[in-house]
Design a protein around this ligand. Sequence first.
Ligand SMILES: C[S@@+](CC[C@H](N)C(=O)[O-])C[C@H]1O[C@@H](n2cnc3c(N)ncnc32)[C@H](O)[C@@H]1O
Length: 351
Amino acid sequence: MKLKDIIIERIKKNGPIPFDEFMNMALYYPEAGYYTKSDLKIGRQGDFFTASHLGKVFGLILSKQIKLMWGKMGCPDEFAITEIGPGMGYLAEDIMEELLYNENDKHSFKYYLIEINPHLENTQRERLKKYQGKIFWYDSIDKLEEFQGVLICNEIFDAFPVRVFEIRNNKVFEVYVRLNTEEFTEELKPARQDTVEYINEFAPWILEIDGYRSEINLAMKEFIKTIYKMMKRGFVLIFDYGWSNEEYYSYERKKGSLLCYYKHSVNENPYLNTGEQDITAHVNFTALKKWAEEAGFNVDLYLSQSKFLISLCDEPLLEQLQKEDLIQKFKRLVLPSGMGESHRVMILSKL
Ligand SMILES: C[S@@+](CC[C@H](N)C(=O)[O-])C[C@H]1O[C@@H](n2cnc3c(N)ncnc32)[C@H](O)[C@@H]1O
């Protein structure tokens, strides 16, 4: 059965479903969701690019940051790098090449990959086979044994299912997905209690703006708690596109940030190409910071990707980028016309 028909069946049986449930099915329904299907491809042959697809620049610079963090932790023997949702495995490959394989700088670090898609795991296994014995897969963060080291989330939170809300007459409503014959359409229902609490806490000013529509990502809160529980000691490195609270819920953004990617083109209709297009929303870094602190983390840094990457570039690294013809790719990571300002970095620690 096609994913669209599976969702239609669900709605026929249960009635209209909240948008986050629709998005969860569209992206993660076993074997049929966008991120769980067998032919998922990220990069040139897929629907979108991420920083890890720009040659080895990103991996090279992150390796430097990881070594600094290892040093701050007192250079422990037991040290693992964990990557959530490693995509095609390029970033893992570049970091391992640098830290585990480089003859001049070889470490006994381990690398854990948390991959929910078994087909993508096979692609990663093929790409990374020379690191056998140092590299381990888990299909969920809950399965990770307590670990010590650095955990990387590159463009993970923007792919979490979000709730979509709309303000009508100073009240908060949520978007539910229902059917109009055999097509998806929307209806508004009074918001769930925790959605209302979120708006009161993070964006009470929008209650005055009739028709204001945006998203909230409550799944991030639980996830950050889980990471804290799994981590014995270490750092979390988060890269994603997003804004702080006031930027996110500003008047100018009264239509929200939900976007869909299909074959490198962008649209705003999540009800098209069900299971074949990515659906994303920007990350609210203010909420992320608050929830990370509530979980027990210390928030060490919040910067634009541009400032963060440039701060790690010393002369030898720049020379290496030049020698390996990587300067153009570096520019795409740091220039405002590339990912420099749209993407932000947050570092959490538990030491
Ligand atoms: C936009 S892709 C980014 C992929 C990769 N990090 C990169 O930079 O190319 C988002 C990834 O997050 C993964 N993801 C989303 N929720 C997850 C979860 N709860 N646990 C593990 N991975 C998750 C998806 O499966 C997907 O591979």
